[in-house]
Design a protein around this ligand. Structure first.
Ligand SMILES: [Zn+2]
Length: 141
């Protein structure tokens, strides 16, 4: 994901991104590892998770943080230090919706899992571009 988009999420959810760019031993150091097309989906998912966290007393909130957010086998994976109740549902919904959301442009029209080099959820147009030019076009993931 482009750095400026990622930065918007970091500023919006400081609680969740407390390990962001802190320690290269942990995945959160490297930020969000997927295409820009999933920005809205991730934003929506983190909002749901944050809402759950906010229901806890302030002293108990810090234990909930993102461990890793990445694309894997054409789907969005959100891994947290700990998830309970509705947080699990938000994470599972994100996975399901990512399979019908183009990882490059966010379109939900005709998205399928292509297998040019490895599996990636894409709309027909992006899939053609991807086949022609490879992932470099969308960079950074
Ligand atoms: Zn697309």
């Amino acid at each position: 994901m482009r750095r400026e988009l990622e930065q918007k999420l970091v500023e919006k959810y400081p609680q969740l991104f407390q390990d962001y760019r802190k320690d290269p031993m942990y995945p959160m150091y490297y930020g969000i590892e997927c295409g820009d097309g999933w920005y809205d989906l991730i934003d929506k998912t983190l909002a749901r998770i944050q809402q759950e966290i906010d229901a806890y007393p302030e002293k108990d909130r810090n234990r909930f943080k993102l461990f890793q957010v990445k694309e894997k086998f054409g789907s969005l994976r959100v891994y947290m230090s700990e998830t309970v109740g509705e947080m699990n549902k938000a994470v599972n919904d994100a996975y399901t919706e990512s399979l019908v959301t183009c990882v490059w442009c966010g379109s939900q029209e005709g998205v399928t899992q292509n297998e040019h080099s490895f599996v990636r959820s894409m709309c027909p147009q992006c899939s053609v571009e991807y086949a022609k030019n490879g992932w470099e076009l969308n960079g950074e993931f």
